[in-house]
Write a protein that binds this ligand. Structure first.
Ligand code: BTN
Length: 325
């Protein structure tokens, strides 16, 4: 019963060791209750270290209190929901879309059935990733919804810029030093042909270490910890991401001009000018990437065609001619 309260208090103290009796006092329970709860959390996989009757987090984790305080400080009006454990924040958001208000953020650090693009799995070990879904209810057509993935990618690039120079592999991969460190999954639902809402799912590998990456992905996946040698605080990262998201979003809504974030997507693109393989079902074709247009589409020229073709984000998988990018 006290497990989540204890965890939240430890998260708020970051990596500073506090005694078990300190937490016992705060929760009005015994020290041995705290000890038992900690053992349970450690068995579940939480990055906690207990020694000399003190406890600390070995990796910074998402704290609901901290995220709310940061959003308030930045005057960002997002409604946050924190889930101690959840199948997938995107699934939860889609299933409850009608009750969720615009600009709701679903957060967790324990997602056990995460979804990636094109029906893939998305794994995020406890305490090693930021996993969130943003619910938006704009007055837009479904067509324009495609742009949200690009807007999100641009906001992520800006939020990560104090730590790393990240790039975008259109449409939804965030790349650091040639490997994927974050991904975006945008899903939309319609109610009698009207757009009911958009769910933008974001997964960032923050503190994953090399042992947490499956052997099949070692050449393709990485984390901020592996690339910078630092544990980047997930709460500050979420706050920064939402601040940048809101900046781009408001500008786009007011001007109807996507160029602020599309320009950044182009600048950060790993694909522009490159030769790529476009796979659609069984069919693979070679193409050269020419541009990203104002609708967020990738403009390619297939090797056997003279004209340019816009690719939407659906259905395609893209890789470099010789490697992942
Ligand atoms: C991809 O790169 O294929 C997209 C990955 C998106 C993962 C995030 S984690 C939070 C949200 N919930 C999910 O189930 N998926 C997205």
């Amino acid at each position: 019963m006290y497990q989540n309260e204890l965890l939240e208090q430890i998260k708020c103290n970051d990596s500073i060791p506090y005694s078990l009796s300190y937490y016992a006092d705060r929760l009005s329970i015994s020290t041995s209750d705290v000890h038992n709860l900690l053992q349970k959390l450690i068995r579940l996989g939480y990055p906690l270290e207990v020694s000399d009757s003190t406890v600390l987090l070995t990796k910074p984790m998402i704290s609901h209190t901290r995220v709310d305080a940061l959003l308030k400080e930045q005057k960002l009006h997002y409604n946050t929901l924190f889930y101690p454990r959840i199948e997938s924040t995107n699934t939860e958001a889609l299933e409850n879309l009608s009750e969720l208000s615009d600009r709701t953020v679903l957060l967790t650090d324990y997602q056990y059935k995460g979804k990636g693009r094109l029906g893939r799995e998305w794994q995020s070990p406890i305490g090693s990733a930021v996993t969130l879904s943003l619910v938006l209810k704009p007055d837009l057509s479904g067509e324009q919804a495609v742009l949200f993935t690009q807007l999100t990618a641009a906001a992520l690039i800006k939020a990560l810029s104090p730590f790393v120079s990240a790039q975008i592999k259109w449409p939804n991969d965030i790349i650091v030093n040639g490997k994927k460190t974050a991904g975006i999954l945008t899903e939309t639902t319609f109610k009698s042909s009207r757009l009911e809402g958009i769910v933008v799912g974001v997964g960032i590998n923050t503190s994953l270490d090399s042992t947490e990456i499956s052997p099949a992905l070692t050449n393709k996946a990485t984390s901020l910890l592996m690339e910078t040698g630092k544990h980047i605080n997930p709460n500050a990262l979420i706050g920064n991401f939402l601040k940048n998201f809101e900046g781009f979003y408001q500008n786009w809504q007011q001007t109807n001009d996507s160029s602020r974030f599309i320009d950044l997507c182009k600048k950060a693109s790993v694909l522009l000018g490159k030769e790529i393989i476009v796979r659609n079902g069984e069919r693979s074709r070679l193409a050269r990437v020419r541009d990203i247009n104002a609708s967020g589409e990738l403009i390619v020229q297939f090797n056997d065609e003279a004209q340019l073709t816009p690719l939407r984000t659906l259905d395609f998988s893209i890789r470099g001619k010789h490697s992942y990018i």
